[in-house]
Write a protein that binds this ligand. Structure first.
Ligand code: URA
Length: 212
């Protein structure tokens, strides 16, 4: 698909999904489907909209979003060059964590976005998107910054959620160091040098392989 065709496909997808009776819809101002380049090489996936996102209809525009923008710009990318989405597309009440049935209800919307965008690299922000793309039993403190290939063949780098660095300042340099790997991993993917050993993580529903 061309970029214009992808943009149209994403628009149609969102138009279809905003009509659905989704579990967090009643408590939200509006849906926050995600935004950015429909043809992005890198897709970032967070957890769900907070108050600022709920008000503006855009992902990562509050305090965590400010730090995400800083991280993206620190590697000489722009927000417009990547795509930014979330696991759930309506704000959970009081910013509580999304529940398993809520995550399950919104997951196909995200999966269809991924199918349209066809990113080369998916960066998960926080544990919910890590669980979606890499399986339930992984620990972010052990595997952040390590590129993995999942059973669907997607290349995924799990990272801490930028909001975590707002109350744990020691995570700021960790996130910067993990983001610095993004251009290097993309280059390896483009050169086809992207497979290797088995991951050493515990068993998961979807086995992954370490990438580098
Ligand atoms: N946190 C998220 O996970 N997503 C947003 O869009 C904003 C904050």
């Amino acid at each position: 698909m061309t970029t214009d065709e992808k943009a149209k496909a994403l628009e149609d997808l969102n138009a279809e999904w905003v009509k659905k009776n989704l579990p967090l819809k009643a408590g939200a101002t509006q849906a926050v489907p995600g935004d950015g380049n429909p043809d992005a090489e890198v897709l970032f996936v967070g957890e769900g909209p907070g108050q600022a996102e709920d008000e503006q209809g855009k992902p990562f525009v509050g305090a965590a979003g400010k730090f995400l923008t800083e991280l993206i710009e620190a590697i000489d990318y722009t927000r417009e060059s990547v795509f930014i989405a979330n696991m759930v597309k309506h704000r959970p009440p009081g910013n509580r964590d999304p529940l398993p049935d809520e995550l399950a209800a919104y997951a196909p919307w995200l999966d269809e976005q991924v199918t349209i965008i066809e990113p080369k690299l998916i960066v998960t922000l926080g544990r919910y998107s890590m669980a979606h793309f890499l399986g339930e039993s992984l620990t972010i403190s052990k595997i952040h910054g390590e590129p993995k290939r999942n059973a669907k063949g997607q290349v995924v780098i799990p990272m801490y959620h930028p909001a975590a660095a707002l109350y744990r300042g020691d995570l700021r340099p960790v996130l910067h160091a993990d983001f610095a790997k993004i251009p290097k991993v993309l280059k390896l993917i483009e050169e086809g040098k992207d497979t290797t050993a088995e991951a050493e993580e515990e068993e998961t529903e979807e086995p992954q392989q370490a990438l580098l």
